[in-house]
Design a protein around this ligand. Structure first.
Ligand SMILES: [Zn+2]
Length: 106
């Protein structure tokens, strides 16, 4: 991969912040450009970025966004299952202690 540098750019007729940092690669996950790679300046106050990948067709965006929704839904279900498992372990521990107390009491 070629090294890409943050360079001066015009915005509304004025040059904005120029930091001359080496751009880093990232991937966009916003709805307009899901999965599209770009290079950005590591300086968070700098607006400098350029696209690596060409724009995607509407069908590709639709498929990627659908897959992302399914992944997020599955991740939510996994988190809910983990929480329920932790609750069951607490209930099990309480039951074991309670049964132990009943057995050793008599
Ligand atoms: Zn910059």
């Amino acid at each position: 991969m070629d090294i890409s540098w943050c360079t001066p750019a015009m915005h509304r007729g004025m040059f904005f912040y120029v930091c001359r940092e080496i751009r880093i690669q990232d991937t966009s996950w916003i709805d307009r450009n899901p999965g599209r790679r770009y290079m950005k300046c590591p300086n968070i106050v700098c607006d400098d970025s350029i696209w690596i990948d060409p724009p995607m067709c509407a069908r590709s965006k639709q498929i990627i966004l659908g897959l992302l929704r399914r992944i997020h839904k599955a991740e939510g279900e996994i988190e809910t299952s983990k929480l329920n498992e932790r609750k069951l372990w607490v209930v099990l521990a309480v039951c074991v202690v309670w049964i132990g107390m009943l057995l050793f009491k008599s």
